[in-house]
Design a protein around this ligand. Structure first.
Ligand SMILES: [Fe+2]
Ligand SMILES: [Fe+2]
Length: 333
């Protein structure tokens, strides 16, 4: 039955996985958090709606390319703005790297019980994202299919590697990352100015939101179980946060373009991704942290302040640049 869960209760994961915290080791953590995973798998399955990616693609817009005696791709065929093209491409290439992400969560969460069930369920849901965005882009000739394929090959050959990140760090990272991806898909949809793309990307964003809630709840439970180690994990992941798509060819340049367009910038990262989770977890109301936990919390406070300042500077500089551009354009008229 689609969506039904099946795992054997009580199977204890082996201790081969790396990454222990100072308190519980990874095996203990996996065991202690298992009921939380079970509960959240049930909650997720009840909340998630089955949706059909093919329904979101305007197939009748499609036609053959050169090899099948059709028309090769040219830039004029794309109705998307340059920044919409870039954002869609980055989002798609990020989704394309799913095999690497699967490897990472499989390593961290294991294949046993509810953890293993979640890894597969999450992977299956994520799989839709690349399919339908690619279908949309090819059918509408939104981006250069050859460039896209070359970039996909490059991206996947580099792969995503978290260097055996410990369990709590993985949970913190994916909470931020799922929320970041949600925001990024939703805002990309808006800049396409195409209702079909917008509907598709909003649908994908809903999936990312449910994934975020799953991981967020896991971190919440971990904060109760191992507050100091979880606090450390959250701080490390905020300080070192990098989008999973950072390995995409030309990512830095593309990220600047995306930030300038307000699709994903430092202000959004601070206000709509980091802070909502920090608040939800009640980080600054937590009581009973030990010295190490308190140190991590203070580091986080400093990092958030620095991020906020950086975001303010970025927005000011962007506004100044826009004003100068507008003044130059007015002078030319
Ligand atoms: Fe996704
Ligand atoms: Fe997701």
């Amino acid at each position: 039955m689609p969506g039904s869960r099946s795992w054997s209760r009580g199977a204890v994961a082996d201790g081969r996985r790396g990454g222990t915290t100072e308190g519980m080791d990874t095996t203990q953590l996996l065991k202690e958090l298992e009921p939380v995973v079970e509960e959240n798998v049930d909650r997720h399955l009840a909340a998630a709606k089955d949706w059909m990616p093919h329904e979101y693609v305007p197939w009748s817009d499609g036609r053959n390319f050169a090899l099948l005696d059709g028309e090769p791709w040219t830039l004029e065929q794309s109705t998307l703005s340059p920044v919409a093209r870039t954002a869609l491409e980055v989002n798609l290439l990020t989704e394309d790297n799913l095999p690497s992400y699967h490897r990472e969560v499989d390593r961290a969460f294991g294949r046993e019980n509810a953890w293993g069930f979640w890894v597969n369920r999450w992977t299956a849901e994520e799989g839709r994202h690349a399919f339908c965005i690619r279908d949309y882009l090819l059918v509408t000739r939104g981006v250069d299919p050859e460039g896209l394929e070359q970039a996909r090959m490059e991206t996947m050959q580099v792969g995503f590697d978290s260097r055996d990140k410990p369990l709590l760090h993985v949970c913190a990272y994916v909470s931020f990352q799922e929320l970041a991806t949600r925001v990024s898909h939703r805002n990309t949809g808006k800049v396409t100015e195409d209702p079909v793309a917008e509907r598709l990307l909003s649908r994908v964003a809903k999936d990312e939101n449910l994934h975020m809630i799953f991981y967020r709840n896991l971190v919440q439970a971990a904060l109760e179980l191992e507050p100091n180690e979880t606090m450390r994990a959250i701080t490390d992941e905020v300080v070192g946060f990098e989008m999973p798509g950072a390995i995409i060819p030309g990512f830095t340049r593309k990220a600047v373009q995306i930030a300038k367009a307000g699709i994903y910038d430092l202000r959004i990262h601070h206000d709509d991704v980091v802070m909502p989770l920090v608040r939800q977890w009640g980080i600054f109301e937590l009581e009973g942290l030990d010295e190490e936990g308190e140190k991590a919390r203070q580091e986080l406070a400093a990092a958030l302040e620095a991020l906020d300042d950086q975001a303010t500077r970025f927005v000011e500089q962007r506004a100044e640049a826009e004003a100068k551009r507008a003044a130059r354009a007015a002078a030319r008229e």
